[in-house]
Design a protein around this ligand. Structure first.
Ligand code: NDP
Length: 283
């Protein structure tokens, strides 16, 4: 049986640490850290996520504020709203819910964020700082994957880590974080031939593709550590990862389940970014 990297239990520990950190911040600065979420038009998935963030903030004492904007809002008006939040000292963290409607330029909207308040870690300044090994607000999902590995004392120095997927929000920052921990990193993507051979040479495999079963047990080196970021809705309320859990668990040395692996830790990383951002803005 592999070691199960239990995201729910790690998230519970992190929640307590964050609650204490938020209390300390409030005592020192008289008001709690505050997160503002900007949501253009609601869809069911986005509404669900916003509610989950609101609850998570409430649990640790972070103030949560939601601005819901109409679906036909113009680019300039949305950017003006973000600039207002950038300028407001009580707001420490800002999230713009994606995807945005077609007529809006997502990259320009992210660019408009004050990088010091960009708690999703999407601004080019934050990804650039991460690439240079400087302190940065790191995207929550890969930060959560690293936190799981740290929690279970999985050593990375000198290990071959393969990241499957190269998005700016998961794969690319995960590769940079693994590199920072001195792993030898290979990044695979849709143009990578012979994924099986590359995955088979990995001591650590992190998968962020969005395709159920793209990595199977037959591809893994025995004892490999598997971090699965995938979230694939299979209907009837069933959610699976990108890794075929059944076959992978027979070969892996450690593995994240889906659900209950990287997901619960991701939200805690968001709250931690808000607290870090709030502290940094007091200096
Ligand atoms: P994207 O669609 O932005 O990126 C997917 C990546 O997978 C791309 O780099 C793509 O390559 C690569 N890819 C596609 N097909 C293949 C293939 N056949 N072989 C190898 N690589 C392939 O997705 P995200 O990074 O945003 O999300 C990935 C997954 O993680 C999704 O399931 C998503 O739901 C989940 N996710 C989970 C979160 C969590 O909290 N756990 C948070 C965010 C996302 P190319 O660049 O060449 O197109």
């Amino acid at each position: 049986m592999p070691l199960i990297l239990d995201g729910r239990s790690v998230a519970a520990t992190l929640r307590e640490e964050l609650r204490a950190g938020v209390r300390e911040f409030q005592q020192q600065y008289s008001s709690p850290p505050r997160l503002d979420v900007v949501q253009v038009h609601g869809d069911a998935a986005s509404d669900w996520y916003v509610r989950a963030i609101s609850r998570a903030c409430q649990h640790v004492g972070i103030t949560f504020q939601l601005a819901q904007l109409p679906a036909d809002i113009e680019q300039d008006a949305l950017i003006a709203q973000i600039q207002q939040l950038n300028a407001r000292p009580e707001t420490h963290g800002i999230i713009v819910q994606v995807p945005l409607p077609q007529h809006l330029d997502g990259a320009a909207v992210i660019d408009a964020l004050d990088p010091r308040k960009d708690v999703d870690g999407l601004h080019p300044v934050n990804l650039g700082r991460l690439a240079q090994g400087l302190p940065a607000l790191v995207p929550n999902t890969p930060a959560g994957g690293m936190e799981l590995l740290r929690h279970y004392n999985i050593s990375l120095a000198g290990k071959h880590a393969v990241v499957v997927g190269r998005s700016n929000i998961v794969g690319k920052p995960m590769a940079l974080l693994l590199l920072q921990e001195h792993a030898t990193v290979t990044v695979a993507h849709s143009r990578t031939p012979n994924l099986a051979a590359i995955v088979g040479s990995a001591d650590v495999v992190a998968v962020a593709v969005g395709r159920a079963g793209i990595v199977t047990g037959a591809m893994l080196k025995p004892g490999a550590v598997v971090v699965d970021f995938g979230i694939n809705e299979m209907g009837a309320g069933q959610v699976v990862g990108d890794v075929d859990y059944g076959s992978a668990a027979e070969v892996a040395g450690a593995i994240t389940p889906v659900p209950g692996g990287t997901g619960p830790v991701t939200n805690m990383m968001l709250l931690r970014n808000v607290l870090h951002a709030a502290r940094a803005q007091q200096l």
